[in-house]
Design a protein around this ligand. Structure first.
Ligand SMILES: *Cc1c(COP(=O)(O)O)cnc(C)c1O
Length: 321
């Protein structure tokens, strides 16, 4: 039966709930090393819980308000508040590079490098040869170019940011043409149409979900077109009656029409995974070779590094990011 009014007995119980200061007195001498702010938060949460339980009729006995009952509950709460938010977990999903579980694990040598670099001063933004301020980006750019064969490269915090920067640079206020089969969503927060909108580029969808042809791109090109965008669909597969336009053909079309061509490669790999019996993924080197102006990919997917977004491509474009 639902009670509309709090019965008198409950009022007695409610009045018996210790005040926050009183409760703090109980625990003062127990050698807490938690910050007072968290201790108070735990006390308030606990007393609020007790109050709600009484109001809801779930708690009707004064025994629950005993110091001996409340203190263990307080400590449980405090432990929870003190526990680090970031924890290691066991990945039992069967997905090795799991988007929600830290993705690629770093090898010991990389971990050792991070520990050594993070706890020491370094030449991160200092040119040791000239003794002057250097660029944060130059150290890694050289390596990226060497590994991928690209002219220039830039590292930002994740691939979503790399894509946003590239779209903003190449197509803000103008049109970018994308196949309908490539308007992907990654992990819920990254969707090609949404990123496009944020960048200020206007999305022009072409083709059908399963098939897009070169003539679809050709017919969509207008005065407003700035970019031909290809998105590598690394997290889902279409099978059956499908076709997409190879990057080489998009590059040729872009050259002919004076348009930039970009590929969001998603999970950029530097090695051919089919050697290990896995599905073949285009390597970054191959995509660079095919002539795309900008290629973006994640540092922490197949590349196996820390969270990062990598862009490589034409020097004059990367310089404008
Ligand atoms: C994963 C992925 C992204 C987003 O990369 P983050 O590193 O998670 O920001 C963008 N585009 C494609 C095609 C992807 O696969």
């Amino acid at each position: 039966m639902k009670k509309n009014k709090t019965p008198a007995a409950d009022h007695q119980l409610l009045k018996a709930i210790p005040k926050v200061d009183e409760f703090l007195g109980w625990i003062n001498d127990e050698g807490q090393d938690a910050p007072l702010r968290l201790v108070k938060k735990a006390v308030r949460q606990l007393l609020d819980d007790v109050r709600q339980a009484i109001l809801g009729g779930e708690e009707q006995s004064a025994v629950a308000l005993d110091k001996s009952r409340l203190l263990p509950r307080f400590h449980q709460r405090l432990d929870k508040l003190m526990a680090p938010h970031f924890r290691t977990v066991i990945n039992a999903t069967g997905v090795v590079v799991h988007t929600n579980m830290g993705r690629s694990l770093l090898p010991d040598s990389a971990m050792a490098g991070i520990v050594a670099a993070g706890g020491r001063y370094s030449n991160l933004e200092f040119d040791l040869a000239t003794g002057k301020r250097g660029s944060r980006y130059s150290l890694v750019e050289e390596l990226l170019c060497e590994l991928t064969g690209a002219e220039a490269g830039l590292v930002v915090n994740n691939n979503a940011a790399a894509v946003l920067l590239a779209l903003d640079t190449l197509a803000n206020g103008r049109e970018a043409i994308v196949s309908r089969g490539q308007l992907v969503e990654i992990g819920g927060s990254f969707r090609i149409p949404d990123v496009m909108e944020k960048s200020g580029a206007r999305l022009v969808e072409v083709g059908a979900t399963n098939r897009t042809h070169l003539r679809d791109y050709e017919q969509a090109i207008s005065q407003e077109t700035a970019l031909l965008l290809k998105v590598h669909t690394s997290n889902y597969k279409m099978i059956g009656f499908t076709s997409e336009v190879p990057l080489e053909e998009l590059v040729a079309l872009g050259r002919k029409e004076g348009l930039a061509v970009m590929e969001d490669l998603g999970s950029g790999s530097f090695i051919d995974l089919s050697r290990f019996g896995l599905d073949r993924e285009p390597t970054v080197q191959e995509v660079v070779k095919s002539g795309a102006d900008v290629i973006t990919f994640s540092g922490d997917k197949l590349l196996g590094g820390p969270q990062a977004g990598l862009s490589v491509g034409r020097r004059d474009i990367i310089a404008r990011f």
